[in-house]
Design a protein around this ligand. Structure first.
Ligand code: ADP
Ligand code: MG
Length: 254
């Protein structure tokens, strides 16, 4: 093989990441034990493992919702493990988008208002924001539903709203916790197509799933067991990973 593999931009890196919980005042539970992983621009990584293996802990750490007990977490070139609360939540809002199994939409708000929500946590809503949110609703196939409330939408449509909401801050890293877990398989496949399209456009996706056929659509699967990486399976799709933006011989194809 003499293919040239273009260099890939690192979005996130965890090094010997460990999270322990204290049970009572004696027993320490290792939720994650010295995990090291790299996530490049355009990666699509599935996380699998039995209940209690550390999947949610890992996703929460990657999403800056929680802090490691020890180890490093480099996000967008910065070690975020040691940042204070304000800097930590700023990084979360700027670099991370979340998609949850149960959508977590606000029932009183319309589709476009739900999509707008993460912006209002970050700063004042600006005049161009509404248009941007309408464009995102269009992108996920909900142009006709922008003024509906979540209760008036199907599960698949609600998850599309959640995906648009995850994109509103233009995050580099999208974290999805069983995004198809509440959906029938045909609707789940549609949601996977949407995630694959985002990934194809260069977003890095880390997705927890229990379903092997969903995981198989990622580029690789990290299998966790008792807070360790048990093994990593690479999936071949014949796709070339997106090259480093603006550099290298593949620039013309970007
Ligand atoms: P998974 O998402 O794979 O089911 P978790 O990351 O939720 O696993 O949990 C990993 C381990 O850490 C489990 O043993 C769980 O009981 C423990 N754990 C998670 N959160 C807490 C907590 N807040 N307090 C104590 N133990 C916890
Ligand atoms: Mg979990």
């Amino acid at each position: 093989m003499n293919e040239t593999v273009p260099p890939r931009e690192l979005v996130a890196r965890i090094v010997r990441l460990t999270k322990t919980y204290q049970l009572g005042n004696r027993v320490q539970v290792y939720a994650l034990r010295e995990i090291s992983l790299d996530f490049a621009r355009g990666d699509f990584v599935a996380i699998m493992g039995a209940s209690g293996s550390g999947k949610s802990t890992l996703l929460n750490l990657l999403g800056c919702l929680d802090r490691p007990t020890s180890g490093q977490y480099i996000l967008a070139g910065r070690d975020v493990a040691g940042l204070d609360d304000e800097a930590h939540s700023h990084i979360r809002g700027r670099y991370v988008g979340f998609i949850f199994q149960s959508y977590n939409l606000i029932p009183q708000l319309s589709v476009v208002e739900n999509i707008e929500m993460p912006l209002s946590y970050q700063r004042q809503i600006l005049p161009g924001d509404r248009d941007r949110c309408l464009r995102l609703a269009h992108l996920v196939g909900l142009a006709e539903r922008v003024h509906h409330r979540p209760a008036e939408l199907s599960g698949g449509q609600q998850q599309r709203v959640a995906i648009a909401r995850a994109l509103v801050n233009n995050p580099q890293l999208i974290l999805a916790d069983e995004p198809t877990g509440n959906l029938d398989s045909a609707t789940g496949a549609e949601i996977m197509e949407l995630l694959e399209a985002l990934n194809g456009a260069g977003r890095t996706i880390v997705m927890v799933t229990h379903e092997p056929e969903i995981a198989a659509r990622a580029h690789r699967t990290v299998h966790l067991r008792d807070g360790h990486i048990e093994r990593i399976a690479e999936h071949r799709h014949g796709r070339v990973p997106p090259p480093l933006a603006g550099k290298g011989p593949h620039r013309a194809f970007n």
